[in-house]
Design a protein around this ligand. Structure first.
Ligand code: G4P
Length: 525
C-alpha cells in the first residue's frame, strides 16, 4: 500500500458542534484524555466567549488568541490519527463554525438532555445536512434530570430533520442515573462518576438477574421495556446509511463524568468516514490523487503583537503537502512556498515536513489569503461549499480619521478576507455597509482596525432586514429589476449584485412578483 493511501486510512477529521453550554468543551477534553493527548482535565481552555463579555474587547481578543491554539486538536488512538476541529460556541461567530464544517468529514453533535435541541444546534445541523455530513449525536448531562429518551429522540428527528437510532439507552436519569445499556456493544455500562475504568461487573444479557441487583428491579424492568420499544420504533444501525448522512446513531452519556465517552469514541473509530472527496467548480477531487490540493477555511489574526502576520488554516484534500515546495495560489495565479507549515497536535503547534489528506495545516500569511482560496500543484481549481451566509445585522461604516484612509481600506479589506464580516457597497450613495451575523463583530472590527491597522471607524445605523444575492437566467429581467430597485441595490466584495431587503414582508412580496429572479441566502448556489 502506498504511503498516501496508508495515511489517508488513518485519518478521521471531524467537528464537534453544539449550542453553547451543552458540553462541547468538556467532551473534547475527555476525548483528548482518552487519546493521551493531555494528562489532566482542565488543560483545554474553553474558547467560548461568554455573553457578558460583549464590551470587553481584550477578553474577546484574548479568547480569539486562545482559540488559535485549541481550534484544531489532533491525537492518536487505536492507530488512527484523530483530528478534532473546534468551533466557536458564541452564536455571533456562527459563520466561523459554518466554514469549519467545510473542513470536517463528519460531525458529533452534543445535546443537553435537559434543554433538548436548541436554536444554535438547529442552524448548524441544517448546514451539515446540506452537505450530507455523517452525524453522531451525543446526549450529554445524563447525571441531571432531563427529558425522556423517546421524547428527546422525537425532538431531534423533528427539529434537526435527522433519522436516528439509539446505540445506547440510559438506565434512569439524574440522581437515579445508573448507567446505560450499550446497544452497540451489547452490554451494561454502570455509571461511576469521573472514572475511565471499565466496569468490574460484566452484564451482557439484559435479562441477567445481576442487572436487577445492580440497578434495582424497577429500573431494570423499565430498561427492558424501553429497549423492546426502541427496537420496534428505530431502524437498525447501518453504517452505509450513516456514511451517506441518512442515519444518525445516538449515544447517551455524561461528559464531565467520563461516562459514555469511550464508547462514543470506539464507535466513532469503527464507523466514521476517512477523508472524503471534495467538490470543486471544475471536478471532483479524490483524496488519493497524487497531486496536492487544499483550501483555506479559516484565517486567524496572530495575537502576538510582535508578529502581525496571520495564520491560514488549510485543509489538505488530496496528495501530499510538502514543506518548501512551490504551490499555486489559484486566485492570485502565483506560486508560493511555505517554510514553516504547522500541524496542531493537542494544544501544541509544531512545524511539519509533510501533511496528508484530512490534515489541517497552519500557514503563516502576510495578507495573501482569503477564505476559500485554493492551493494546487498547478491545476486551476476552486473548491465550492464555503458559502457566506446572508447577514442579518447591518451598519454603515464611516472613516473616523481621514488621515488614515489607506489604512482603513486595507484593514477592512483584510478583515473581510478573514471572513469577520461582509462588505457591501450601496449603489445609490456609494457608501460601505458592513453586514454581520451577530453584533459582536462590530466591536471586534472597530478594535482590530485601530490596534492592527492604526485606523479609526464609526458606525451609523441602517435599517435593513437581509441582504441577498440575486441572479436570473434572463439578463434583461435582472437588469430591469436592478434598475427599478436601484435604491436597495448593492455590490458584494466580488462585484456581485446584492439586494438589500428592508423587511421580510417586502422581500416576500418581491420574490412573488419576480418569479424570474432568484434570491439567494448564501453566496454559493
Ligand atoms: P460548551 O463548550 O458546549 O459551551 O460547554 P462546556 O463543556 O463548557 O460545558 C458547559 C457546562 O456544563 C460546564 O459547567 C460543564 O462543567 C457542564 N457539563 C459538561 N458536561 C456535563 C455533564 O455531563 N454533566 C453535568 N452535570 N454538567 C456538565 P459550567 O459551570 O458552566 O462551567 P465550569 O465552571 O464547570 O467550567
Amino acid at each position: 500500500m502506498s504511503k498516501l493511501i496508508e495515511e489517508i486510512e488513518k485519518r478521521r477529521t471531524f467537528a464537534i458542534i453544539s449550542h453553547p453550554d451543552a458540553g462541547k468543551t468538556t467532551l473534547t477534553e475527555k476525548l483528548l484524555l482518552f487519546g493521551g493527548a493531555i494528562q489532566t482535565a482542565g488543560a483545554v481552555k474553553s474558547n467560548k466567549i461568554k455573553r457578558h463579555a460583549t464590551s470587553d474587547f481584550m477578553e474577546i481578543e484574548r479568547q480569539r488568541g486562545i482559540s488559535v491554539a485549541t481550534s484544531v486538536m489532533g491525537f492518536e488512538y487505536r492507530d488512527k490519527k484523530i483530528i478534532i476541529l473546534d468551533t466557536p460556541g458564541h452564536q455571533d461567530f456562527a459563520e466561523d463554525t459554518y466554514r469549519t464544517l467545510s473542513a470536517a468529514d463528519s460531525v458529533i453533535v452534543v445535546i443537553d438532555v435537559a434543554k433538548g435541541v436548541e436554536p444554535q444546534t438547529e442552524k448548524l445541523v441544517a448546514v451539515c445536512r446540506m452537505r450530507k455530513v455523517p452525524i453522531i449525536v451525543f446526549i450529554n448531562k445524563m447525571d441531571r434530570d432531563g427529558k425522556d429518551g423517546f421524547d428527546l429522540l422525537d425532538e431531534i428527528e423533528q427539529k434537526l430533520c435527522l433519522t436516528v437510532t439509539p446505540l445506547s439507552w440510559p438506565v434512569g436519569m439524574g440522581h437515579e442515573f445508573k448507567g446505560s445499556w450499550s446497544i452497540y456493544e451489547k452490554k451494561l455500562k454502570l455509571f461511576q462518576a469521573h472514572t475511565t475504568q471499565e466496569d468490574a461487573v460484566e452484564i451482557t444479557d439484559v435479562n441477567d438477574p445481576l442487572f436487577d441487583k445492580e440497578c434495582g428491579e424497577k429500573l431494570a424492568n423499565e430498561l427492558r421495556e424501553e429497549l423492546e420499544m426502541a427496537e420496534t420504533v428505530y431502524p437498525d444501525f447501518d453504517k452505509t446509511a450513516y456514511l451517506k448522512g441518512d442515519l444518525s446513531p445516538v449515544f447517551f452519556g455524561s461528559a464531565i463524568n467520563n461516562f459514555g465517552v469511550k464508547e462514543l469514541l470506539n464507535c466513532f473509530l469503527d464507523v466514521a468516514p476517512e477523508p472524503s472527496e471534495y467538490i470543486t467548480e471544475q471536478r471532483e477531487i479524490a483524496p488519493n490523487e497524487n497531486k496536492f490540493t487544499g483550501f483555506v477555511f479559516k484565517i486567524h489574526a496572530n495575537m502576538d503583537p510582535r508578529h502581525r502576520d496571520r495564520i491560514a488554516f488549510v485543509r489538505v484534500c488530496s496528495g501530499i503537502f510538502e514543506r518548501n515546495k512551490n504551490y499555486l495560489h489559484v486566485r492570485l495565479g502565483k506560486k508560493f512556498k511555505y517554510s514553516n507549515p504547522t500541524a496542531f497536535m493537542a494544544s501544541k503547534k509544531n512545524v511539519i515536513d509533510e501533511a496528508f489528506p484530512g490534515d489541517i495545516i497552519g500557514l503563516y500569511d502576510s495578507g495573501n489569503f482569503k477564505i476559500g482560496d485554493t492551493l494546487t500543484e498547478g491545476e486551476t481549481l476552486k473548491f465550492s461549499g464555503i458559502p457566506s451566509f446572508s447577514p442579518e445585522q447591518f451598519r454603515y461604516i464611516n472613516n473616523a480619521d481621514p488621515m488614515k484612509t489607506k489604512q482603513l481600506n486595507k484593514g477592512i479589506d483584510q478583515l473581510m478576507d478573514e471572513g469577520v464580516a461582509q462588505l457591501f457597497t450601496r449603489k445609490s450613495n456609494n457608501r460601505k455597509i458592513i453586514g454581520t451575523v451577530g453584533v459582536l463583530q462590530y466591536e471586534v472590527i472597530q478594535y482590530r482596525l485601530e490596534h492592527e491597522y492604526g485606523a479609526k471607524c464609526d458606525y451609523e445605523p441602517v435599517s435593513l432586514h437581509k441582504a441577498c444575492w440575486i441572479s436570473s437566467d434572463d439578463t434583461s429581467k435582472l437588469n430591469d429589476f436592478m434598475k427599478r430597485q436601484n435604491r436597495l441595490m448593492a455590490e458584494d466584495k466580488d462585484g456581485r449584485p446584492v439586494f438589500l431587503a428592508e423587511s421580510a414582508f417586502t422581500l416576500d412580496m418581491l420574490q412573488q412578483q419576480n418569479p424570474d429572479i432568484q434570491f439567494h441566502f448564501k453566496s454559493e448556489w
